[in-house]
Design a protein. Structure first.
Lengths: 428, 107
């Protein structure tokens, strides 16, 4: 149940058995989401509160983004807090509950069945998140180091639970009046708890450590990271208060600017790390990760346009463009980059850890195909740009073409992840 | 590379093999990376005590790297008892990379 300490002082890291199921689930979720996007690309013409849009959004947010982050964070938490993961058992429970709950929820949205299947899915997901939250908080509590990264992890986990618990209330609110207004009125709060509190908080917390580490850069600036932490939390809390008290549109620029400033500071953090890196060569995975930092700004452009244009009714597709830029843009790009930095390590450790000095072993980056990775990156960037253009121009051909490219990227991702997962050592 | 030792000749012999032990992510050997702090040889007890560090505590590759160091020393000195101990005092930093290592990384 607990990570072990061996006799030479080294702390054993989280078992691959805990982490890999999350990666597998996430890969197939992304594939399903891109298939649905291709089949239902016409949803762009409709309001975002639509069964297929809700299904795709939740598959992307929970099945893809959250599941891979949960898996990776079980592996990376010990690195970030310099302490062991408190409980593998809780990690297994997290997977069991979420992996059962997400299909229930996604299918319920797809068929828009707001009855027991949706409620069951929401309850299971919440149980999984409670296990995760408990594990993160107890691991941080037990560790010796409570630096800024630990605070990011703790805050992100609490915001994740806030998101899923609020989502649970919204699900029950479809059938019973548990909230004062209908569920649609609260969607923006639910969405931003997840986007800002969970995804932005956790990705910045983890990436601010991993990007300099993988670039072999000596740049650190905890003061900067604390400012980003304060800005993100202030932005989210002020947004919720404005929504709850029904403030005028103009005031929403305030939380928007706080988050925008946080992202600019984070971008500057990455730029400084890049400038003083010791390893000059930057691999494709790191290029994709750095691209995702730039992509963080696109949703803000969309959001500024939402605030400026939506009250006038000039471009109703903007919320969909905003969501697309987040889930298929920023979050997908960072996952593409970081999957092939972390997954080969996990598999390498599983396969070659006990084979030391038994002949030459491949390095982790040789456990996946670089050509397939490049193909995935090209089709992904093309798909993202074409689909985004399709949303702006409301052009069905561009939407289908963009979705097809994204599907090809998803297939290449799954195939390449499969090459890594099923890697076997060559026989001598 | 400043490895402390009570026997410089045996230490050189040990290091010659440790140049073949790599950090799989960085692709640089543990000696040029500055992970090896000290190697002491007790002639009477036929015991080697090596002290090393990792680039980060809870490094996912930590077990593999220390295992490789232990096996390298055991192979090089088959009659000796090898003890590899991890320390994070002083913690590793980039200044510990040798000039050759920095050149390899493109600095």
């Amino acid at each position: 149940m607990f990570a072990l300490q061996s006799n030479n002082g080294i702390q054993q890291t989280t078992s691959y058995k805990v982490v890999l199921p999350f990666y597998v689930f996430a890969a197939f979720s992304f594939l399903v989401a891109t298939i649905l996007l291709l089949i239902h690309s016409g949803i762009i013409h409709q309001h975002y509160f639509q069964p297929y849009t809700l299904a795709i959004t939740h598959i992307m947010a929970l099945g893809w983004g959250t599941m891979i982050i949960l898996g990776a964070s079980h592996q990376l938490l010990p690195v970030l807090i310099e302490g062991k993961l408190d409980s593998n058992f809780l990690a297994y429970l997290t997977f069991a509950f979420t992996a059962t709950g997400i299909p229930f929820l996604a299918l319920s949205f797809y068929e828009f069945n707001t009855g027991w299947p949706m409620q069951t899915g929401a309850i299971l997901i919440n149980l999984g998140v409670i296990c995760y939250l408990t594990n993160v908080i107890s691991s941080i509590y037990e560790s010796k180091k409570h630096d800024v990264h630990a605070w990011y992890m703790a805050a992100a986990s609490i915001w994740l639970f806030s998101t899923t618990f609020f989502g649970l209330l919204l699900v029950f609110n479809f059938k019973h009046n548990v909230l004062p207004q209908n569920s649609i009125s609260y969607l923006s709060i639910h969405a931003h708890l997840g986007l800002i509190g969970w995804f932005l908080m956790l990705i910045i917390g983890v990436a601010s450590r991993l990007i300099p580490m993988f670039l072999i850069s000596k740049y650190t600036n905890d003061r900067n990271l604390w400012w980003i932490f304060i800005l993100i939390n202030s932005s989210l809390i002020s947004f919720i208060l404005l929504r709850v008290f029904g403030a005028s549109t103009f005031l929403y620029y305030f939380p928007l600017m706080l988050s925008f400033l946080a992202i600019l500071l984070f971008g500057n953090h990455c730029r400084n790390a890049y400038k003083v890196r010791i390893r000059k060569a930057v691999d494709e995975q790191m290029k994709m990760s750095l691209l995702s930092v730039g992509q963080m700004l696109l949703p803000f452009v969309a959001l500024l346009l939402v605030l400026a244009l939506l009250p006038t009714g000039k471009f109703p597709q903007l919320p969909i463009l905003y969501g697309f830029c987040i889930f298929f843009g920023w979050i997908t790009a960072i996952i593409f980059g970081m999957t092939f930095k972390t997954l080969p390590f996990i598999v390498w450790n599983k396969v070659y850890r006990d084979r030391a000095n038994r002949g030459k072993t491949p390095v982790p980056k040789e456990l996946f195909s670089e050509i397939i990775y490049k193909g995935m990156a090209i089709t992904y960037i093309a798909g993202f740009l074409v689909f985004a253009l399709g949303i702006v121009l409301l052009n069905d051909i561009l939407l289908k073409l963009g979705a097809a490219c994204l599907l090809v990227a998803a297939i290449l991702y799954v195939y390449n992840a499969g090459i890594t997962l099923f890697h076997q050592p060559k026989k001598p | 590379m400043n490895v402390i030792s009570n026997d410089s000749i045996k230490c050189s012999q040990a290091l010659s093999d440790l140049y073949n032990v790599y950090d799989p992510e960085i692709g640089l050997n543990v000696v040029d990376l500055g992970l090896i702090y000290q190697i002491d040889f007790d002639e009477e007890a036929k015991r080697i005590d090596a002290e090393m560090t990792l680039t980060t505590q809870f490094c996912p590759m930590g077990e593999s790297i220390t295992g490789n160091v232990t096996k390298s020393l055991t192979n090089n000195f088959p009659e000796w008892e090898v003890h590899v101990n991890l320390t994070f005092e002083p913690p590793w930093d980039y200044s510990k990379i040798s000039p050759e290592g920095q050149e390899f990384l493109g600095r």
